[in-house]
Design a protein around this ligand. Structure first.
Ligand code: DQA
Length: 149
């Protein structure tokens, strides 16, 4: 079974109580459980990690080289600022799907730019917790197609 890392960045540990009008009522634990269950249903073993620290997210991406075949990443606000995260993704041979609960393109202009978008397989945003399900499906398909080619 393929192993996937679902990696969540800053402030996402507060989901459920953080700006529910923007991010919904779903907690991070509910999203992680959803990812594990959906992963099982489509043949992926899902592990998950959350950190509020940029360096820890970079370490997790580096470490995933040894342990996982792909990453679903919600980098939170580091999406919009972190060249270091972009470089980390570029430095590993792992497919990464960028995910956001909210539609970042319909929000404040500073959220429209993603530093990591140029180095990920693709971006999914705006579907709340279901964005993660869509990202796992996209990653599974991408890995199947890569294996076949
Ligand atoms: C977010 C969108 C980011 O702009 C924001 O900083 C977050 C959450 C989302 O999932 O919608 O922390 O990544």
């Amino acid at each position: 079974m393929r192993s996937i890392l679902v990696l969540n960045g800053p402030n996402l540990n507060l989901l459920g109580t953080r700006q529910p009008e923007v991010y919904g009522q779903t907690t991070l634990k509910m999203i992680e459980d959803l990812c594990v269950a959906h992963g099982e249903a489509i043949g992926l073993r899902v592990e998950h990690l959350q950190s509020n620290h940029e360096g820890a997210l970079i370490d997790a991406i580096h470490n995933a080289r040894e342990t996982h075949e792909g990453v679903v990443l919600n980098a939170g606000a580091y999406t919009h600022t972190s060249i270091a995260l972009m470089d980390a993704i570029s430095s590993v041979q792992l497919p990464v799907i960028e995910v956001h609960l909210s539609n970042i393109h319909a929000r404040e202009p500073f959220r429209h730019k993603s530093c990591i978008a140029p180095v990920v397989v693709g971006q999914i945003c705006g579907f709340g917790a279901h964005s993660y399900v869509l990202a796992l499906d996209a990653l599974a398909k991408h890995l199947e197609e890569s294996a076949a080619s």
